[in-house]
Design a protein around this ligand. Structure first.
Ligand code: GLY
Length: 318
């Protein structure tokens, strides 16, 4: 019986453990992915997803999310949705509709409200304070305002061989109103085919969507590459190509799992992720770009985790 879950960033770890419990007990791949992502969305100290996420330059929190069913290819997505507790659940619900399954802005928020999804003011006082501080810094020092694009992206496999993928993100901190990243875009932020595997992305949406890297990784796995080889090939080849032809490449990190529960990751920055499967306990790893288009992966250290915990909860100085 093979099953597994992999997700971007250390922040996904508690959700990965919950998804693992669902998947190993015969639960649905979609339930695993939704529970995993809701766990991240609900935690107020994660600044780039759901409750506690950082707002756009106008101080408004606009969130993007998507869900895909690897058995049927059904997709649901929302972009620029506001004041909804769990955008991933809205996206999953939308995946049941053949038409109108990707909603943006007011239309997404209205759909969620009419469909009975829980409303919540998602902008925490802490996130508001960080926004005020950054606004001042940008005005005074002419800083580049953009920062923070740590999407949670997750792939799950259940014991019946069904797969699902989901994403959720508040996008770039200080983004322009209406800006949408890769997270809700099929092929860029996510893709899954239960007969092959799935992949999901985090990083600079504007660059990730130039390469459709999630689809590319699934395509390479279909050609027979392992998830690790597929991630390495897709990410490093594309990062090189982007630097050569566009002049620069932003942060790009991808996770993948095939339908045997084998996994891979690749990144052009420092990147943490969490994974569990039928053979391995849930664990957090840290990845860096390695030599010759490979990825160096090591277990996370307690020192790193302690520093992270301190950083995300540090008081916001005026
Ligand atoms: N990867 C998330 C974003 O760029 O919005």
């Amino acid at each position: 019986m093979k099953w597994g879950a992999i997700a971007t960033w250390r922040m996904a770890h508690d959700g990965v453990k919950k998804a693992g419990d669902i998947l190993k007990n015969g639960g649905k791949a979609g339930d695993g992915v939704e529970v995993l992502i809701k766990t991240v969305e609900d935690y107020p100290f994660y600044k780039s997803v759901g409750y506690g996420g950082l707002p756009n330059e106008e101080g408004i929190l606009e969130m993007d999310a998507a869900y895909m069913n690897g058995d049927t290819f059904a997709i649901g997505g929302v972009a620029g949705i506001q004041d909804v507790k769990n955008p991933i659940s809205v996206a999953r619900q939308l995946s049941h509709d053949h038409f109108n399954s990707f909603r943006v802005g007011e239309g997404a928020t209205k759909y969620a409200s009419l469909a009975g999804f829980e409303k919540q003011n998602m902008l925490t006082p802490r996130a508001h304070k960080i926004w005020e501080k950054r606004l001042k810094e940008v005005q005074e020092n002419q800083l580049n305002p953009y920062d923070g694009h740590d999407t949670v992206g997750a792939v799950t496999l259940n014991s019946q061989g069904s797969m699902a993928v989901g994403t959720s993100s508040s996008g770039l901190f200080m983004k322009k109103a209406g800006r949408v990243g890769d997270s809700p875009l099929s092929g860029s932020g996510f893709y899954v085919d239960s007969e092959v595997g799935g992949a999901s992305a985090t990083g600079l949406g504007e660059d990730l969507m130039k390469g459709c890297l999630s689809y590319e990784i699934v395509r390479l796995m279909k050609e027979g590459l392992t998830p690790q080889a597929a991630c390495d090939r897709a990410v490093y080849d594309f990062a090189d190509m982007l630097k050569k032809r566009y002049g620069k490449a932003g942060a790009m990190s991808l996770v993948a799992m095939n339908n045997q529960g084998e996994w891979g990751v690749a990144t052009n920055v420092e990147f943490t992720f969490s994974v569990v499967n039928h053979k391995e306990e849930a664990a957090i790893y840290i990845a860096h770009p390695g030599e010759n288009h490979t990825t160096s992966i090591a277990p996370i250290t307690q020192e790193w985790l302690d520093a992270y915990e301190k950083r995300i909860k540090a008081p916001i100085e005026d």
